[in-house]
Design a protein around this ligand. Structure first.
Ligand SMILES: Cc1ncc(COP(=O)(O)O)c(C=O)c1O
Length: 447
């Protein structure tokens, strides 16, 4: 059912029905399984989420970077229905099905580079990352994986080891996997080498390369894995030259370059993949989140010679490439093409960036505004000189937003980034309304 694309508040948030369900949730589900907006959803469409009390919230979260084509896109829902009518599961290791093949073909076409590729399908971003590192180790015969500060790659053991934030992700969950090395990332607002933004990229690339050369040894490194724009780490767009220089170094040293496009993929940044903005052609690309338009599916797309080096039976899983999820993903890709959502992402992103720039001019707490395409964030600081992170202000801003009917999400190693990820299909008036609500939320949060 399609909902009017309008915000509507009929109760406080959370309303009485959501509160009842929250009490049941608290009794049945651990608090460790966290939640940002304390409402239960009744229905959703486009960029509007309706809760069980009848409130309609503007969605700047897209189910955590999943609903790029919008909540319950009608064509995706129809594809799911049609596939469910025909069959729901085969396990690709038992009998085969065409949606898996068709989706692999599309991912091979769309990921950067026109070389021969192969794709395997999985259930989640973390599973894609695990398989990317498995592949890199098997192909190179080397043990080490290099990851970065502020990285987030998932919550399974190896993906969690690659992740760069103790609280809440890693604390108490060790010991972690061996042979993972973490190096600085070119974060222009907080350059680890202390350089101004224009020198951050080359200086951090030199530092990383020097660390690999001296401390790890390039002949031990199977892969370098990077998010082309760091997602959970705070929408950190790496300074220019950082990733291209590292990718070139990897090529020279026989190290595989893995782009984790789980959060940045499928039009979010105005291109199919964020790696394209930096002219990168990764050896391996991981995908998930927006690929399935709300159904759980991920992919690992790699150079054919890398994929084909693995023995029969070495890769897979029971549900990987489930036909309903694959049918949904094929329709997500078709919808992005049909509706021109790459261009739309740039336009939405430009409006959001200009809007946040305006908020930065008027609210001292907004230290930095950054992003790529429709992946836009503001980093809040207590003081623009010291850049001390304003974690409480970020939490209060997010709460003020949802109380006014706007879903926004937190990010950042210091929990001080407010990130915006609306569906790419969102109407201009909802973007503007959301920016107005953010303005009020910042004022209320910092008074
Ligand atoms: C860049 C990146 N990689 C991997 C993951 C893990 O994906 P999943 O939650 O589907 O396991 C995430 C999730 O936020 C992500 O942003």
């Amino acid at each position: 059912m399609e909902l009017p694309q309008e915000r509507r508040l009929v109760t406080d948030i959370p309303g009485p029905r959501s509160r009842e369900l929250l009490a049941r949730r608290n009794a049945a589900i651990p608090k460790a399984v966290f939640n940002t907006v304390p409402v239960f959803v009744e229905r959703a469409s486009g960029a509007i989420v309706e809760d069980v009390d009848g409130n309609r919230l503007i969605d700047f979260g897209a189910g955590l970077a999943v609903l790029n084509v919008g909540n319950a896109h009608p064509a995706v829902v129809e594809a799911i229905r049609e596939q469910a009518d025909a069959y729901t599961h085969t396990c690709f290791h038992v009998t085969l099905h065409e949606p898996y093949v068709a989706l692999a073909e599309r991912l091979n076409e769309l990921t950067p580079g026109d070389h021969e590729k192969r794709t395997m399908l999985v259930n989640s971003g973390a599973e894609a990352v695990e398989n990317a590192v498995k592949l890199a180790r098997s192909f190179t015969g080397r043990p080490a994986a290099v990851t970065f500060d502020h990285a987030f790659h998932g919550r399974t053991l190896l993906a969690l080891t690659l992740t760069g934030k103790a609280m809440p992700y890693k604390l108490g969950f060790g010991p972690f996997a061996p042979e993972v090395y973490r190096l600085p990332f070119a974060y222009p607002y907080r350059c680890p080498t202390g350089r101004p933004p224009e020198e951050c990229g080359p200086s951090c690339a030199d530092l990383v390369i020097d660390e690999i050369e001296r401390h790890i040894g390039p002949d031990s490194v199977a892969c370098v894995i990077a998010e082309p724009v760091q997602g959970e780490g705070g929408f950190v767009v790496p300074a220019p030259e950082f990733l291209p220089r590292l990718a070139q170094y990897c090529r020279d040293r026989g190290i595989l370059f893995v782009a984790d496009e789980v959060q940045t993929g499928f039009g979010r940044t105005g291109r199919w993949f964020a790696a394209e903005h930096f002219g990168l052609v990764p050896d391996i690309v991981t995908t998930a989140k927006a690929l399935g338009g709300g159904l759980p599916i991920g992919g690992v797309t790699a150079r054919a010679d890398i994929m084909d080096s693995v023995h029969v039976g070495g890769l897979g899983g029971t549900f990987g490439g489930n036909p309903i999820a694959a049918a949904a993903a094929l329709e997500v890709i078709a919808s992005i093409e049909r509706e021109g959502l790459l261009e739309r992402a740039e336009r939405v992103g430009a409006t959001l960036t200009a809007g946040l720039g305006d908020l930065q001019d008027r609210h001292e707490v907004v230290g930095d505004v950054r992003g790529l395409g429709a992946m836009v964030a503001m980093e809040l600081v207590e003081d623009r000189g010291t850049k001390r992170p304003a974690k409480e202000a970020a939490a209060r801003t997010i709460e003020e937003c949802y109380r006014q009917g706007l879903i926004v999400l937190k990010a950042g190693t210091y929990d001080n980034v407010v990130r915006l990820l609306p569906p790419l299909t969102i109407a201009d008036d909802l973007v503007e309304e959301g920016l107005g609500l953010l303005d009020k939320a910042l004022a209320a949060a910092t008074q």
